[in-house]
Design a protein around this ligand. Structure first.
Ligand SMILES: NC(=O)c1ccc[n+]([C@@H]2O[C@H](COP(=O)([O-])OP(=O)(O)OC[C@H]3O[C@@H](n4cnc5c(N)ncnc54)[C@H](OP(=O)(O)O)[C@@H]3O)[C@@H](O)[C@H]2O)c1
Length: 336
């Protein structure tokens, strides 16, 4: 007989209130090429809310009821067809291994459940020295980290020696953008954020620009002697995208994160503007681990919530001013 588990689901698109905790959902079963993972913690992302309220392109073909959440850290319990114990061991994900990862773009299932089935290539082992203390950091690393790599390497094509401006330098993705841009050899990195986040931005190695106190365009023009920056990485978009055209150096580029951003104003001004597309998979997850171990991917977890408070976490993310990552801990309800 099949067992039951806890799972967060929603029956209709809407605000965080549509999220419902089910205590007796049928246990997940891994399909071919999938792992069965006991979820320990999940990281929350603005994308969760955009899928849940139906505004994301990812919601277009979603079958309701649906689960929520994209990323996780958890313990491998076994594998589906094609993944016997030998194959799991060969991939470094034998039963008992703690892994982290993110569902790929085509996989619309959630991660906020006691057990999930997830493609084996969508997770990577968490290094032993990180356990158990860094479980929350690894729960929030995959989506923001893969986004930062896609923004800096694929869309941004950041070159060593470049001057970079990051909008939203203390957010989930922004903090990793700062660190990875510096690791890639950026010459100077400025990052906007409210004054209360300036210290964190400075600690990451960027020059903070408190946008609630100073005019960031003026600051960049003064600091670069009117030249501007080679690359803008814009995690905010709404009030920052078009004004950023004025601080781009000749031949500069802007990478804007929200997938629904309208690039037409950039085209009209002849500005090179791009939206990054996440490349998921084991190779990049392993690179994130290497970056993390060498101190270039430090995830700040600002809050850890129980599973029953996931709606509150998504509500706060929607407000747009959380710092680092919010993580949900599923272990409590299981008596661990
Ligand atoms: N294209 C993709 O594949 C992809 C992947 C991941 C994420 N995204 C999108 O990227 C965006 C950022 O994601 P995230 O996880 O980093 O979000 P987040 O953790 O909620 O961070 C948002 C940040 O924006 C800052 N902010 C708010 N108003 C601002 C303003 N006027 N000027 C500058 N910064 C401002 C906030 O800092 P303060 O509190 O200091 O204002 C906060 O640090 C979201 O829209 C998300 O959906 C896209």
């Amino acid at each position: 007989m099949m067992g039951t588990m806890r799972e967060i689901r929603y029956e209709e698109f809407g605000g965080p209130e549509v999220l419902t905790l089910h205590e007796d959902a049928p246990e997940s079963v891994p399909g071919p090429g999938e792992l069965l993972v006991r979820v320990e913690m999940i990281g929350l992302n603005p994308l969760d809310g955009k899928i849940r309220d139906g505004s994301s392109g990812r919601a277009r073909h979603l079958q309701l009821p649906a689960g929520t959440g994209r990323e996780l850290v958890g313990t491998v319990l076994g594998g589906g067809e094609g993944l016997d114990e030998c194959e799991l061991a060969a991939r470094g994900v034998a039963p008992g291994t703690v892994v982290f990862g993110m569902r790929n773009l085509e996989d619309a299932r959630g991660t906020a459940a006691d057990l999930v089935a997830i493609a084996a290539d969508d997770v990577a082992p968490v290094p032993l020295e990180a356990l158990p203390d860094q479980l929350p950091q690894y729960a929030g690393l995959a989506l923001a980290g893969l986004t930062a790599l896609a923004a800096i390497e694929d869309a941004g094509e950041l070159q060593a020696g470049a001057d970079v401006l990051i909008h939203g330098g203390s957010g989930g993705v922004g903090q990793l953008l700062v660190q990875i841009a510096l690791q890639k050899g950026a010459r100077r990195v400025w990052a906007t954020g409210r004054a209360q986040n300036a210290e964190r931005i400075r600690a990451l190695g960027a020059e903070p620009i408190p946008y609630d106190q100073v005019d960031w365009r003026q600051t960049i023009q003064q600091a670069t002697g009117g030249r501007g920056v080679d690359l803008v990485l814009d995690t905010h978009y709404f009030t920052t995208f078009e004004p950023s055209f004025d601080v781009l150096a000749e031949g500069g580029r802007i990478v804007v994160l929200p997938s629904l951003a309208d690039l037409a104003p950039a085209r009209e001004r002849g500005v090179d503007a791009r939206i990054p597309r996440i490349v998921s998979g084991r190779e990049r997850l392993d690179r994130l681990v290497a970056l993390q171990r060498s101190g270039h991917c430090d995830v700040e977890v600002s809050e850890v919530l129980p599973l029953a408070s996931i709606a509150e976490g998504q509500r706060r993310l929607h407000e747009g001013h959380t710092r680092g990552k919010i993580v949900v801990d599923l272990r409590g309800g299981r008596g661990e």
